[in-house]
Write a protein that binds this ligand. Structure first.
Ligand code: PAF
Length: 282
């Protein structure tokens, strides 16, 4: 496995594989790799011959009061995990390798970031699109794999791929969960033992609402309100818990036969922000 910081070097290495006719699969990450990331790598291997992973904690997607400084950084361990999974190339740049000191160009997101995580994290998706766009241009993958846990990210990146004409196939990997249902996340490391016990509550609330919707509830607002109060009583601070249209990412009140929805929640438990979602097709 080769590890590069420099754009020119990683491009050179990828070009060699491409000239041998290899299909390049890409898994972008911010490191602190867990089973969720490893499942993305394993899925990428089913779609490509050579896997490139990136490890970069992207400052542009953190707000001024967010956890950029404390975000877990475990490069050595991450590289070992990538090597064990058969990753061929890791691109692990420093900030100055990918960003100029002063930037004059931004990518703006319209509407798709108004609700869900975009509603409470201003600039988050603009920062993600900036780095993902750069990484797509640097790596030039044939296929890139993102996780369903960040479903709004997947939908917005898909829109960028369409609008910016990136010639890249996107694949969404299902959410990896702990035995008690908690969606795996690098941020779960922040949870105290007590919070870790409570944390699967978000998954359970979503599971309950999903089941009710599947058994015929068409207007889940009361159910959601009730689940929010139950979660708050357990110590969660709810950011959102709602059903969204899968395409527009807008909240939906009345669900219709044939509709595609995202039942999603985000909630704080102490200093940890948890997110989770279910895709629902009626
Ligand atoms: O999903 C993530 O880990 C990040 O948002 C990504 C796609 C690596 C961009 O920094």
């Amino acid at each position: 496995m080769d590890v590069y910081k420099s754009i020119d070097e990683v491009r050179g290495a990828i070009k060699k594989f491409k000239s041998d006719g290899k299909r390049i699969g890409f898994v972008p990450t911010m490191g602190a790799l867990h089973e969720g990331h490893l499942s993305l790598i394993r899925l990428a291997k089913k779609h490509a011959d050579v896997i490139v992973a990136s490890i970069f904690v992207n400052p542009e997607q953190f707000g001024p009061n967010e956890d950029f400084d404390s975000y877990p950084r475990e490069l050595e361990a991450d590289l070992n995990k990538c090597e064990d999974e058969g990753v061929a190339i890791v691109f692990a740049p420093n900030r100055d390798d990918v960003y100029d000191k002063k930037k004059y160009i931004r990518i703006e997101v319209d509407e798709l970031n108004r609700h869900m995580c975009g509603g409470s994290r201003p600039g988050f998706f603009e920062g993600i699109l900036l780095i993902v766009n750069k990484l797509f241009n640097i790596i030039s993958p044939d296929v890139a794999v993102f996780g369903q846990k960040d479903i709004q990210q997947f939908q917005i990146v898909s829109q960028m791929v369409r609008e910016f004409n990136h010639d890249i196939e996107l694949v969404m990997a299902p959410i990896e969960r702990a035995n008690d249902g908690l969606a795996l996340s690098s941020r779960n490391k922040y949870l105290s033992d007590e919070e870790r016990e409570i944390a699967p509550g978000l998954y359970r609330a979503l599971t309950y609402v999903e089941r009710q919707i599947k058994s015929g509830v068409e207007t889940p607002s009361l159910l959601l309100k009730h689940q929010k109060s139950e979660l708050e009583a357990k110590g969660f601070k709810i950011d959102y818990l709602n059903v969204f249209d899968k395409k527009t990412l807008r909240p939906v009140n009345a669900l219709k036969e044939g509709g595609e929805y995202i039942l999603a929640g985000a909630a704080w438990l102490g200093k940890t922000r948890l997110i989770d979602n279910f895709l629902i097709e009626l």
